[in-house]
Write a protein that binds this ligand. Structure first.
Ligand SMILES: [Zn+2]
Length: 338
């Protein structure tokens, strides 16, 4: 099959007029040609950090602090989760995953609470939906028998040495929140030799030197940090030190729309649209060890087609800036999931 239009090809998303040729779920060629199409073809998104378990608590808790909102065991999120039955929780996650798939997300790195049953609930929720919901389980080292990785809450909560070792033995990634409310848990998190740090709002030069030396990627969630009022990560500084990917964090706090996360990030920071699109696609794919997030021959054909002639996008001047700063779920024409 072929997708025609303006193709955002390669690591730099160079706009190529022509077509992407796909065979058996793999991109086999990007061909330059004169085509009659307003479509913009880009890699599907990889959301580098979500908690979709709180899909039943959308926009609850106006005015509460981060701790009052989401800290276990008595934060509002956890009280609402305890009150909900499993069917409602799975259905809530299923609706969120469906929206994410429809709005162009190929995969999500989901931090899943609740040990093995939590991971099993995510598997049930994602069954039949065209999205790879990667479960970073927690709350039980045995979760690594069924999860795709371990997603630790933060180094001030426990030492996580056992979980870190189990993840290494299982050949699965170990990810951890760090530097969300303050800097006290950043060095201890880096000491665990993680495969991914999440947030890093309060990272300083010393932390980032270690991150660069160890080649540790970072997932940032700027809209979440905005809502919880913990400060904002210095995205350009993080980009200067390592791979940085975008995540939408808790569904309770924000819609899991990568379009919204990109637009906010692009407008809030001195980062180019190319850098932000890379944070939403290639970076997350690299972190998760995936063969997508990039349009070139040999990659998995997880692709997103925007209709460049919607009322919203018609007349756009720059396809990358249009995709990053302006487009939304209603401009999605097609999502290909290999
Ligand atoms: Zn998180």
């Amino acid at each position: 099959m072929e997708l025609e239009g303006t193709i955002l090809a390669g690591r730099d998303f160079a706009a190529v007029e022509g077509r992407v040729v796909v065979e058996d779920g793999e991109i086999v060629a990007v061909e330059e040609a004169s085509v009659d199409s307003d479509d913009i073809v880009l890699p599907a998104f990889v959301n580098a950090h979500t908690h979709i378990g709180d899909s039943i608590a959308k926009d609850a808790g106006r005015g509460l602090s981060l701790e009052e909102l989401v800290a276990p065991p008595d934060g509002l999120k956890h009280r609402l989760l305890r009150e909900a039955d499993r069917t409602a929780l799975v259905e809530g996650m299923r609706r969120s995953l469906s929206f994410m798939a429809e709005s162009g997300t190929a995969a999500t790195l989901e931090f899943r609470e609740g040990g093995v049953p939590g991971v099993e609930a995510l598997r049930d929720a994602s069954d039949g939906i065209e999205i790879d919901a990667l479960a970073f389980g927690r709350d039980d080292p045995d979760v690594l028998d069924v999860s795709d990785g371990y997603g630790a809450s933060g180094a001030n909560d426990a030492d996580f040495a056992v979980e870190r070792g189990r993840a290494r033995d299982a050949g699965k990634p170990f990810a951890i929140h760090a530097g969300e409310v303050d800097a006290t848990d950043i060095h201890p998190a880096i000491d665990l030799d993680p495969d991914l740090l999440v947030h890093m709002v309060h990272a300083d030069d010393e932390h980032l030197a270690r991150v660069a030396d160890d080649g540790i990627p970072i997932a940032v969630c700027p809209r979440s940090n905005l809502v919880t009022d913990v400060g904002l990560p210095d995205v350009p500084d993080l980009l200067a030190h390592t791979t940085v990917a975008l995540g939408t964090d808790n569904v309770m706090l924000n819609s899991p729309s990568m379009f919204r996360e990109m637009a906010y990030t692009a407008k809030r920071y001195d980062a180019t649209a190319v850098e932000v699109l890379r944070m939403a696609t290639t970076a997350g794919a690299e972190i998760a060890g995936r063969n997508d997030g990039l349009i070139e021959a040999g990659r998995d054909a997880n692709l997103l087609v925007l209709d460049g002639d919607t009322h919203n996008l018609a007349g756009y001047r720059d396809p990358v800036r249009a995709a990053v700063r302006r487009a939304g779920a209603s401009d999605v024409k097609r999502v290909l999931h290999a």
